[in-house]
Design a binder for this molecule. Structure first.
Ligand code: URP
Ligand code: ZN
Ligand code: ZN
Length: 471
């Protein structure tokens, strides 16, 4: 069955123009004026934008982390992504230090296969580097189709790695033409700050940001840049939140380091005051690196607009408020937190993360495009095309081109609505964007021609997505 999208305004990273798009066999076969195909399903996109499917290059769907496991699975997570216009997910595969990497990537894949409605791939987390790691990683590249790695400089004692392991991972990546994504914060400084603050009785979620100030993130970025420079590895800094972090990476780029910069949607619409809300509400906004004061968000928008920041992801990390974030509630000291973690509640026990895979494009469209901070083509570039280019998916993904996958988002700019937990598709019991008024929505969304969102409602069955093998 063919699909013909007529009369829409096509927006790509390079240009905008009015044309029809004919799709057959899951790919785009023709782009032009007055196209026809008597066997095709026709969608009239008059007055609408047609975007390439958006790519979220940093999500967590299955994440065993901080004593619990993230709330979404691929059924809910990919549905939520598609309802928001995201057609491809790149998930972080995050094995524990004692887990076998090959078994881990197979486990992570098994969570998605025949369940995900989005197309998907993974960044392989390197959480230990010993004498067996080189062979495991070679197998993961050759036999599992993965070409990007992930390291954590934070989360000491859990997912975080030591400097010798970082050096070996980056050297391996440089030799094997892989890209290394990295969470950059100085783990030792975080630990010292956490101990000091908790011992001073500063236990609420509002102390999460002071335990991981901008200097801690900038130091992590500088550290990664030093190692990238020494090894020649290509690196990609995930969830960059603040001015000195972007500056540290930009300075390294000027020295010739191959470094990409990602920021994430929560930093562009929320700020540190959200994590200061009373009665433990602030826990809903605890993520790492933390939400910053508003001037950092404004700076990030400027750096998206001028192209310094390559991509906008979400770092979707979905944890429930009542049963999971509450593990760090000081008021829970004598019951739930104690039972769950063996410690009195404090901010260090709040599972880090903000559920946001569904809301990214709405946030970027409203706070970015409609408020005049970025144009539509920058939206496409930062939320789709650049990720496809950096992670070996272009032009199959991230483009509207003949031969490319028919992953398309027909966007209705006239729609008015409001974000709410009562209507979202994510599995979490709260929305960090509750009550936000929004214009525009993904009205029709396709993955390889399959219509998975129709008239703004779910039209999928589940399992339509495919694993994206990367060479
Ligand atoms: O707070 C965050 N970012 N949670 C998810 C894990 C990570 O650091 O990406
Ligand atoms: Zn991270
Ligand atoms: Zn993450």
């Amino acid at each position: 069955m063919s699909l013909l999208i007529k009369n829409g305004e096509i927006i790509t990273a390079e240009r905008r123009f009015f044309a029809d798009i004919l799709c057959r066999g899951g790919v785009i076969v023709e782009i032009g004026q007055n196209l026809s195909d008597s066997s095709a399903e026709i969608i009239d996109a008059t007055g609408k934008y047609v975007f390439p499917g958006f790519i979220d290059p940093h999500v967590h769907i299955y994440l065993p982390f901080m004593g619990t496991v993230s709330k979404d699975d691929y059924a809910t997570g990919s549905k939520a992504a598609l309802m928001g216009g995201t057609t491809t997910l790149i998930e972080m595969c995050c094995p524990g230090r004692d887990e076998d990497p090959l078994e881990a990537i197979r486990l992570w894949k098994s969570k998605a296969v025949n369940i995900s409605s989005c197309d998907y791939t993974f960044h392989m987390g390197v959480t230990r580097f010993d004498e067996t790691t080189t062979e495991s990683l070679k197998s993961i590249v050759a036999e599992e189709g993965i070409t990007s790695l992930k390291v954590f400089l934070a989360y000491k004692g859990a997912l975080g790695i030591e400097d010798t392991e970082l050096y070996k991972t980056l050297s391996f990546a440089a030799e094997n033409n892989l890209i290394v994504t990295a969470h950059c914060e100085n783990a030792d400084l975080i630990y010292e700050n956490q101990q000091r603050l908790v011992s001073e009785g500063k236990t609420g979620p509002e102390w999460h940001e002071p335990s991981r100030p901008i200097s801690v993130e900038a130091d992590g970025c500088h550290h990664l840049m030093t190692f990238a420079e020494a090894t020649g590895a290509e690196v990609y800094v995930v969830h960059t939140s603040c001015v000195p972090a972007v500056e540290a990476i930009s300075a390294a780029r000027a020295r010739g380091v191959k470094a990409h910069i990602e920021t994430v949607a929560p930093y562009l619409t929320l700020n540190s005051s959200h994590a200061e809300l009373p009665d433990f509400e602030g826990a809903k906004y605890v993520m790492s690196p933390p939400l910053r004061s508003p001037e950092h968000g404004e700076f990030l928008w400027e750096k998206i607009a001028d192209g310094t920041i390559d991509t906008i992801a979400t770092d979707h990390a979905p944890f429930d408020f009542e049963t999971q974030k509450r593990m760090g509630d000081p008021a829970n000291a004598l019951d739930a937190a104690m039972q769950l973690t063996g410690q009195p509640g404090n901010f260090t026990l709040i599972p880090n993360g903000i559920p946001s895979v569904e809301e990214r494009i709405k946030i970027l469209y409203n706070d970015g495009v409609l408020s005049g901070k970025i144009d539509l083509q920058t939206l496409v570039r930062a939320a789709s095309t650049n990720a496809a280019k950096i992670f070996n998916l272009y032009p199959k993904k991230g483009a509207i081109e003949i031969g490319g996958d028919a992953d398309l988002v027909i966007w209705d700019p006239e729609f008015s609505g409001e974000i709410s937990v009562t209507t979202h598709s994510m599995a979490t019991d709260y929305s960090a964007f509750e009550g936000k008024k929004i214009k525009g929505r993904a009205e029709t969304v396709t993955v390889r021609s399959q219509i998975l969102v129709r008239d703004g409602g779910w039209a999928g069955k589940g399992g339509e997505g495919e694993f994206l093998w990367r060479k």
